[in-house]
Design a protein around this ligand. Structure first.
Ligand SMILES: Nc1ncnc2c1ncn2[C@@H]1O[C@H](COP(=O)(O)OP(=O)(O)OP(=O)(O)O)[C@@H](O)[C@H]1O
Length: 785
């Protein structure tokens, strides 16, 4: 499989085929006949993520409401069993099955092969079990009628049955152990792949709604491997292997059924007491009688197909009654329930939940969404009301029909009919034959019904599998194509930044947040970016840090936008290489519910969280006294909310570090400490300064907003110290500082005044003050008063 070329990704965001105006409904329909929206591929051919993505997208066309209110089938939605979707599913299977096999067998091919073999054997065992028990029953029947006790043959049969049970339990133990090992390793591999890809993808890629939906369905595929998948309606390729066992079971039981009626099974062919000689039954009866065997399965197959029709006949907003898969509105409602749940659980929201009295609102919103999902919303209404309502009447009737069909197997008449082949054809009426016949019959019926259900689940999961493989091939939008990539070039004295006509529009917004921004910062200079709230300062910082990509489309000035770092276009630099030469403090920084060492050390994990590196960073940020005052120094666990749990970063377990003193006997220490806003800011500055030695650019967004005057002075002194060579005193780093404190800005070499996303004034403090009607001057005088 080929990965999506990043050039393509940069210029063409992932688009749903229907987003493209050139894609008409007939294009979408053409997927039925083999040519996919935009791309064609054949089974077994090397496939790229674009075509796989297009096939996956085509399975979730827009629907619901009038044209403008239409929405894409939400992620996790149930795909209808239509000819178009069947064609799409078969394409996904064709293009991904080889990769899937490689993935599943990759970790331990021998164990996987053994697992497949044992699964098939497992399907054959019930037939042997039934046969062995039937022999015992026959022998008992013979003994009762003859009174010929004791029987050595019965002793042999019982001993054989005991041995069979023993062997089967050993077989089961071995097969289960092997299977759980294969499961665990594949689960690990899938989760690892998923996590690896998540971490590779950058913010612009993750902000793409199509990619978000793709990752959501990919996540469902990965979750199907967790062993609980089946219960949630998810079907993993492992469940598909179990289908092999079911097929083997059906085949072996059908053979037993046939042999029982033909009397061809050894030792069961004749009844010892009263063998009955049957006339040769009418040959024309054979076919209909055998059809009776599969009648319930046919009914159940038809029944299981009905909900998809009922959904299309009733309201498009109706929730699916099927477990696990969402109808379109189901997914929306489920998202609302999930949002309310995280509001209730999330510690960061706790203060506002309490202050604004949000408890009842959260609970009511969650309850109404959850009731819809669970189908409890009309619990108070009469059971007939749904059927009588005109818009859902047809759907309800079809649901009733479905129930009748799927329950047909329990019908006594069908059970009686199923006995006819035995009564008409069997050459023996022995108890063992009858018991074997009944057991095999039931096994065939139930296994075939479960195969039908498996087919439906497998059909849905094929789309999740397509999403997984398409998601694994998505390239981060910010990564340059290999042929365009350039190596970062160091400049003496820091980093030179040249921005020409840079604009930025947030995804989904029509208005630009940055407009035609142009400026130059020479290596070693300090630039202060100032401006009113919402003027775009933090957005500009994210563009300069290559967290966001500037707009490619022509800027308002119609000049080609360009952002050069040390003379090289930023788009041609590998983001991770570029990031290794910069360090930053974000305006909203992460507060980890972890030790001080971890909170600071993540600024440069390469330093291994060592005392020396962390203490040095804390010293530069003026946080040494703070750390020394904590109960366990660097190993004090910090508390974000003062509630003893939760963390604002969304990170789970604390970082592990061998010999971490914050842990006792593998358990997190109970000594926890809350910090004030200013103290947290010093921790965050320490984190940013962990990389200060190697970085060419220091970008600090509001670094002193929470600091007292003394701390502000120290931090600024420290920054000035860091940016100079300790021996020569020459500048070695460029500094960009975003601040509302103009007393700080005036110390910078250059000041950029940002208003409504545009730089309106640029120069030194004195130059700007000297300008007539200077906006910066007005702001400075206002704050100085
Ligand atoms: N995630 C986002 N999605 C869409 N629009 C956004 C997003 N973040 C910011 N904006 C828009 O960009 C504008 C500029 O935001 P930005 O954070 O860059 O301002 P700022 O100058 O740093 O403000 P402040 O001084 O308050 O920190 C905002 O007014 C908002 O309209």
């Amino acid at each position: 499989m080929r990965r999506f070329k990043s050039t393509l990704v940069q210029r063409n965001h992932f688009k749903h085929p229907e987003d493209d105006e050139s894609t008409t409904s007939s294009d979408a329909d053409s997927t039925d006949s083999g040519s996919d929206a935009g791309t064609t591929f054949r089974c077994g051919q090397d496939v790229d993520s674009r075509s796989l993505f297009d096939v996956w997208s085509a399975s979730r066309p827009k629907q619901g409401g009038p044209e403008q209110a239409k929405f894409f089938l939400p992620p996790g939605s149930r795909r209808r069993l239509t000819p178009k979707n069947i064609a799409l599913a078969s394409r996904i299977v064709c293009s991904t099955s080889y990769e899937l096999l490689r993935l599943l067998s990759g970790l331990n091919p021998i164990r996987t092969a053994i697992m497949i073999f044992l699964t098939i054997i497992r399907g054959l065992l019930p037939a042997f079990r039934g046969y062995s028990q039937a022999l015992i029953l026959d022998e008992v029947q013979k003994l009762i009628s003859s009174g010929d006790f004791p029987s050595t043959r019965l002793g042999h049969l019982l001993a054989r049955e005991g041995f069979r049970m023993f062997a089967e339990s050993i077989f089961d133990a071995f097969a289960n152990d092997n299977e759980s090992k294969v499961h665990a390793s594949v689960r690990f591999l899938m989760e690892h792949r998923q996590l690896e890809q998540r971490l590779r993808l950058d913010i612009p890629t993750l902000a793409d709604p199509a990619i978000r939906d793709l990752l959501h369905e990919s996540d469902l595929f990965v979750r199907s491997f967790n062993g609980l998948g089946f219960g949630f309606g998810l079907f993993s390729p492992f469940d598909l292997i179990r289908v092999l066992s079911s097929l083997a079971e059906v085949a072996s039981q059908l053979y037993v059924l046939y042999s029982t009626t033909q009397g061809s099974l050894p030792f069961l062919t004749s009844s010892p007491s009263s063998p009955t000689t049957k006339d040769e039954p009418n040959a024309r009866l054979q076919a209909p009688l055998l059809a009776i065997l599969i009648l319930p399965t046919l009914f159940s197959l038809i029944g299981s197909l009905l909900p998809s029709f009922s959904l299309s006949l009733s309201s498009p907003y109706a929730l699916s009654s099927e477990s696990g898969y969402y109808s379109p509105s189901h997914a929306h409602v489920s998202e609302r329930a999930e949002r309310m749940r995280s509001l209730a659980h999330g510690e960061p929201f706790r203060a506002e939940v309490a202050l604004f009295g949000l408890g009842p609102w959260i609970l009511d919103s969650w309850a109404s969404a959850r009731k819809r999902i669970l189908g409890l919303e009309e619990a108070d209404a009469s059971p007939l009301s749904g059927i009588l309502r005109s818009e859902t009447g047809v759907g309800s009737l079809i649901m009733a029909l479905r129930w009748l069909l799927t329950q047909s197997n329990a019908s006594e008449m069908i059970v009686l009919l199923q006995n006819l082949p035995f009564l008409l054809y069997a050459s023996s009426t022995s108890l063992g034959s009858l018991a074997l016949y009944r057991a095999s019959l039931q096994s065939v019926v139930f296994t075939m019904r479960s195969l039908v259900a498996s087919f439906e689940r497998a059909f849905q999961s094929v789309f999740f599998m397509g999403a997984f493989f398409a998601a694994m091939m998505v390239e981060p939008k910010l990564s340059p194509a290999p042929e365009e990539k350039m190596d970062y070039q160091s400049y003496e004295g820091g980093m030179k930044i040249e921005a020409r006509n840079i604009s930025y529009t947030y995804p989904g917004n029509s208005k630009r947040t940055l407009n035609d921004v142009s400026f130059v910062v020479e290596a070693g200079e300090m630039l202060a970016i100032v401006g009113y709230n919402g003027s775009g300062k933090s957005t500009l910082a994210n563009v300069l840090l290559r967290i966001f990509d500037y707009d490619t489309s022509s800027s308002p000035s119609d000049s080609e936008p360009e952002l050069l770092i040390n003379g090289l276009p930023i788009r041609q630099l590998d983001p991770s290489e570029y990031h290794s030469h910069v360090t930053a403090l974000f305006q909203v920084f992460s507060k980890l519910n972890a030790t001080v060492r971890e909170n600071v050390g993540i600024g440069n994990v390469g330093d291994g969280f060592s005392d020396k590196a962390v203490e040095e960073a804390a010293r530069r940020a003026g946080a040494v006294k703070l750390v020394r005052g904590l109960p366990r120094g660097l190993d004090t666990r910090l508390e974000c909310m003062g509630l003893g749990m939760g963390m604002t970063s969304g990170m789970g377990e604390p970082l592990e570090r061998p010999g971490d003193e914050g842990y006792e006997n593998g358990m997190a220490s109970d000594v926890r400490q809350g910090l004030s806003g200013g103290e947290w800011q010093r921790v965050a500055i320490s984190r940013a300064l962990m990389r200060a030695r190697t970085a060419d650019l220091l970008l600090l967004d509001e670094p002193t907003s929470h600091l007292d005057a003394h701390a502000q002075h120290n931090v600024l002194k420290s920054i000035d110290h860091i940016r100079r060579d300790p021996v020569t005193g020459k500048r070695t780093k460029t500094v960009i500082i975003i601040t509302h404190q103009l007393s700080i800005a005036r110390k910078a070499d250059k000041i950029a005044m940002l208003e409504n996303g545009s730089i309106t004034e640029f120069g030194t403090h004195d130059e700007l003050l000297a300008r007539p009607n200077s906006r910066y001057g007005a702001m400075y005088r206002a704050t100085a008063c």
